[in-house]
Design a protein around this ligand. Structure first.
Ligand SMILES: C[S@@+](CC[C@H](N)C(=O)[O-])C[C@H]1O[C@@H](n2cnc3c(N)ncnc32)[C@H](O)[C@@H]1O
Ligand code: SF4
Length: 469
């Protein structure tokens, strides 16, 4: 009963040899083209034209709000965050964010329903209750949020920044989904990453969240952290299974100490070696599937009753900057420093510097600093890549009818590579096109990379992506 079509009951088919062979560094395809393709020539007019097309198409909307502040530093962190105790700084950011919301809302047609909203960070719940209330109120003044019975309203929570009252307040505002940063329950690991949060704290929080009848709880976990072993992570996974969150993100620790200086504060020698990291990932993933979770794709697991698993089964899964989502046709409006919007056929990004972001808003200007408008070829390739990464298959006839091309001649070179991958067991050639094998799912981005026309350009400029393992 826990299985999705073609879903293996166990993931121990992921043998070490196979994964080592296909462990590539590559984009995570939360967009195509990826952010490396965004450029500064992208103009305000490009943006406004996209909004107009979006208004004409009347697609539903999704909103992302970036709240970058945290009280203390987790050494492993690779998020866009600012560690501060300066309340004035946070207040100033909030004032500018509210200005941005008003500015962004103007060109959008009134009453376009917003079915999904996510507040991420940093740590959104580091803002106090009145500030969170003010922010929700300002968004609802400018956008038509559907009721919590019809939409998904989620927020990322550092368990150390929340209590029962704030949990109640968030529910009262309209949030119906919570995502908790758990990472690992092991005390030694928690100490090494500078993030102490006892199991009892999480147990209480989960109980309270259930009392408030939140629809869905997500846990973020990381493998590859200092002092983790197969045994220690197994213990964490057993506790996670007991607490029974609806969704689990099992992230591969991205260790980039040149870029994220704080990672250098952890003892490199305590990090598990590549072989052990792989074993940790295989053991943890297999155990989650054995306990009834569905492997949705790239890092994500969900209960069979969860919308993500249902969307996977019905081939309605989509992917955007928050990872997998069920809202395929929505345009994404992102506000806050560094956030990325996806509107009609454009992607655009706000300034990554808080100073520049705020100055633009003080000057009454847009904080968007870069973007890209998809060419017709980008559009075709985006469809192909999203189909592979979300549905684990490629239906040639669907791409042909959506874009008016002859697949075999358009992608003659790419298909030669797919034949090689079929021989290696990553995919199968079928009557409709290609199907990723259960084994190949872990290396799905390697298959997507075949269709990415910008990869060689990035390789030349020395840009590095994270690896699967
Ligand atoms: C913005 S944080 C979550 C919200 C909140 N700040 C917290 O820590 O609980 C998003 C998630 O990214 C993941 N993350 C952060 N740095 C990472 C890294 N270097 N490698 C892999 N995952 C990472 C963590 O699992 C974290 O929970
Ligand atoms: S993991 Fe979360 S709480 Fe920790 S520094 Fe990163 S964003 Fe802040």
């Amino acid at each position: 009963m826990y299985l999705v079509k073609n879903e293996p009951k166990k993931l121990d088919i992921w043998d070490e040899e196979f994964i080592k062979r296909h462990d590539v560094a590559g984009p995570r395809y939360t967009s195509y083209p990826t952010a490396l393709q965004f450029h500064e020539e992208f103009s305000r007019q490009n943006y406004l034209d996209a909004v107009e097309r979006s208004n004409n198409r009347k697609r539903p909307l999704s909103i992302y709000v970036h709240l970058p502040f945290c009280e203390s530093l987790c050494y492993y962190c690779a998020c866009n965050k600012v560690i501060t105790k300066d309340q004035d700084k946070m207040r100033r950011y909030l004032d500018n964010l509210i200005k941005e919301i008003e500015y962004v809302a103007k060109p959008f047609a009134e009453n376009r329903p917003v079915y999904q909203m996510h507040w991420g960070g940093g740590t959104p719940t580091y803002f106090d209750g009145p500030e969170l209330t003010e922010l929700w109120y300002q968004i609802s003044r400018h956008f038509h949020l559907v009721g919590p019975d019809r939409g998904e309203f989620s927020i990322e929570i550092d368990p150390r920044t929340i209590d029962t009252d704030k949990l109640g307040l968030l529910k009262g505002l309209g949030f119906n989904r919570l995502s908790f940063g758990i990472q690992d329950f092991d005390e030694k690991v928690q100490k090494a990453i500078n993030r102490i949060q006892p199991l009892s704290m999480i147990e209480d929080l989960v109980k309270e969240a259930r009392d408030y009848q939140y629809e869905s709880l997500n846990f973020d976990l990381i493998y590859g952290l200092p002092h983790q072993t197969v045994k220690s992570v197994n213990r964490t996974i057993e506790k996670v299974i007991d607490l029974s969150p609806d969704r689990i993100s099992l992230f591969n620790y991205a260790h980039l100490p040149q870029r994220f200086k704080s990672q250098g504060q952890m003892n490199e020698e305590a990090l598990p070696l590549a072989g052990e990291k792989l074993q940790i990932m295989c053991a943890a993933s297999s155990r989650l599937v054995e306990a009834g979770y569905v492997y949705v794709g790239m890092d994500h697991f969900a209960k069979p009753s969860d919308e993500l698993s249902i969307a996977l089964k019905n081939e309605q899964l989509h992917r955007n900057f928050q990872g997998y989502t069920t809202f395929k046709e929505a345009d994404l409006i992102a506000v806050g420093v560094s956030s990325i919007s996806q509107i009609d056929n454009v992607y655009c990004q706000n300034s990554k510097s808080i100073r520049d972001y705020e100055q633009a808003l003080i000057d009454g200007e847009s904080p968007i600093v870069a973007g890209v408008e998809l060419t017709p070829d980008d559009d075709i390739r985006r469809d192909v890549i999203m189909s592979i990464i979300c549905h684990n298959k490629l239906n040639k006839a669907e791409i042909e009818s959506a874009h008016g091309i002859d697949f075999d001649s358009y992608f003659a070179t790419e298909e030669k590579r797919l034949v090689e991958y079929a021989e290696q067991g990553l995919l199968k050639i079928t009557s409709f096109g290609y199907q990723i094998t259960p084994k190949g799912r872990l290396a799905v981005r390697k298959v997507c990379m075949v269709f990415d026309s910008y990869l060689s350009e990035h390789a030349k400029s020395g840009n590095r992506y994270s690896r699967i393992i």
